[in-house]
Design a protein around this ligand. Structure first.
Ligand SMILES: *[C@@H]1O[C@H](CO)[C@@H](O)[C@H](O)[C@H]1NC(C)=O
Ligand SMILES: *[C@@H]1O[C@H](CO)[C@@H](O)[C@H](O)[C@H]1NC(C)=O
Ligand SMILES: *[C@@H]1O[C@H](CO)[C@@H](O)[C@H](O)[C@H]1NC(C)=O
Ligand SMILES: *[C@@H]1O[C@H](CO)[C@@H](O)[C@H](O)[C@H]1NC(C)=O
Ligand SMILES: *[C@@H]1O[C@H](CO)[C@@H](O)[C@H](O)[C@H]1NC(C)=O
Ligand SMILES: *[C@@H]1O[C@H](CO)[C@@H](O)[C@H](O)[C@H]1NC(C)=O
Length: 428
């Protein structure tokens, strides 16, 4: 039967991945990468001040859209929508909200329609993020709340038509939480697999938004987590910001050997740790880049002290600018790309104002780094902030990957027989 053949394929793939290497080492075999991943995070609040809708997502350039964020109930562990209006209700062109039945509209319906139009576009439901991570803390600590987290997350995923879940917990603090996180991922994976077997569905995706700071990533049980994950979205940004004393680069690939004070962190050493100490296959890691800049006022430039963040940035944010608004208005900035550092910035020497952000030139350096290191692809926070055309950082990266044909192109999933929404269950 149809179901049996899908199931045996699923089991054989699962077996191959779990096989030990020929040398008998306990590490997992690195699966050959089937094209580069391009994972774009989208915030469900993007539809408001930014007026960037799900239908504006660069669907043809992405392999995955990571829809952010789901919230978590601290007393029950339940994963729930953070904005039902944006997610389920708001009407897009073509919606008829007086149709009979229990129907989903809003961003979730549009994500499903994007999947129908772009069959290699997968969608991930992102749980947590900086805002809701504190709500995960009590849930992590309890076996029964972890179980309910997994159960309710999977119900949401299959009600809403997602291809997987991205867990974004910032951050695991100690070995106790590290073990609890492994168990949470195990429960998610087991629940997803049980659903797949019950409904004859393919395997769902599970990813983790992972930290850049050594004090954070050294807390993780990499091997324990990795056995349940399809990939890692390394958050390669916020290396420097308003909380520091010295202005610098927020997303640099390498250390600045000339001005080490400008690069307290670097992507290279994090990737070395993930792969060599953590034992993660490079092809399972996506390098995350910011589509925003971080400002430093009253500074002599990278590696020099600063005094606050100056002008309010985009949408009232203190010292944070959408990439598409940069170089910052009201300044006479020079834009400097440092290929050897894998970082770029704008600087107004008269007003002593610096913004750390990636230029297309640096996006290219990063994409070459991803290819050279054998990483699995790139991810971005977040898609509404990009420019278009030749200035697009996503576009520049994809071009450097060899174009859309160089991207991972496994099929997304459209069949959700247990969805509580009639229109989604019926394939829209
Ligand atoms: C969490 O769940 C409890 C029990 O169902 C409920 O009373 C409470 O309002 C929920 N909290 C939030 C923030 O939704
Ligand atoms: C919307 O759906 C209702 C109920 O099925 C139907 O009566 C109405 O004609 C539809 N409106 C449009 C514009 O299709
Ligand atoms: C919609 O529901 C109404 C009332 O329940 C019913 O009269 C009508 O036939 C339904 N229309 C369709 C298209 O199913
Ligand atoms: C993907 O979706 C876009 C709309 O975002 C559409 O214009 C395009 O034709 C689709 N691409 C493919 C390959 O189906
Ligand atoms: C990255 O930074 C670390 C310190 O965090 C430093 O030891 C290392 O040399 C740097 N590596 C590169 C390639 O810049
Ligand atoms: C820092 O900036 C504030 C204005 O934002 C100014 O009043 C203060 O004198 C500055 N401090 C230094 C040390 O430049």
């Amino acid at each position: 039967m149809h179901c049996t053949s899908i199931l045996s394929l699923f089991l054989s793939v699962g077996f191959a991945i779990a096989s030990p290497t020929a040398s008998g080492s306990p590490s997992y075999t690195c699966a050959k990468s089937a094209g580069m991943r391009a994972v774009g995070y989208f915030g469900n609040w993007d539809i408001y001040a930014r007026n960037f809708k799900v239908t504006d997502i660069q669907a043809t350039q992405l392999t995955h859209v990571a829809y952010s964020f789901m919230n978590i109930n601290t007393t029950t562990g339940e994963v729930f929508l953070s904005d039902e209006w944006a997610d389920l209700q708001i009407s897009y062109p073509g919606d008829n909200t007086s149709e009979n039945g229990t129907n989903v509209y809003g961003g979730i319906k549009q994500l499903y329609l994007l999947k129908k139009a772009n069959r290699s576009l997968k969608t991930l439901m992102v749980i947590g993020g900086a805002t809701y991570s504190p709500n995960i803390i009590p849930v992590l600590a309890s076996d029964s709340l972890r179980a309910n987290f997994a159960k309710t997350a999977i119900s949401l995923m299959t009600d809403l038509g997602f291809d997987g879940i991205d867990v974004d917990y910032e951050y695991v603090t100690d070995s106790t939480q590290a073990a609890q996180m492994v168990d949470l991922l195990k429960k998610l994976r087991e629940g997803m697999d049980a659903y797949s077997i019950r409904t004859c569905s393919p395997s769902f995706l599970l990813s983790y938004a992972s930290p850049a700071g050594p004090d954070k990533y050294k807390q993780l049980d990499f091997k324990g987590m990795d056995q349940y994950l399809d990939f890692w979205n390394y958050m390669g940004f916020d290396y420097v910001g308003s909380w520091d004393k010295i202005a610098g680069h927020q997303a640099n690939v390498f250390q600045d050997l000339q001005i080490p004070a400008a690069t307290p962190f670097n992507t290279t050493s994090a990737m070395a740790y993930y792969t060599l100490v953590g034992g993660i296959c490079p092809s399972k890691i996506n390098l995350g880049s910011p589509l925003y800049g971080r400002a430093f006022a009253g500074t002599g430039g990278p590696g020099k002290p600063f005094n606050g963040t100056g002008t309010t940035g985009s949408f009232g944010l203190a010292g944070v600018w959408d990439y598409k608004a940069l170089p910052a208005p009201g300044y006479n900035s020079k834009v400097i790309s440092l290929d050897k550092v894998g970082a770029s910035y704008s600087y107004d020497s008269a007003k002593k104002y610096m913004v750390s952000y990636d230029t297309p030139e640096i996006a290219k350096v990063k994409a070459q780094f991803v290819k050279g290191m054998g990483l699995g692809g790139s991810s971005w926070w977040e898609v509404s902030m990009d420019k278009s055309g030749v200035d697009s950082l996503i576009g520049t990266t994809i071009k450097t990957f060899g174009g859309v044909k160089g991207l991972e192109n496994s099929l997304n999933y459209l069949s959700y027989p247990e969805s509580k929404y009639d229109n989604l269950r019926n394939g829209m």
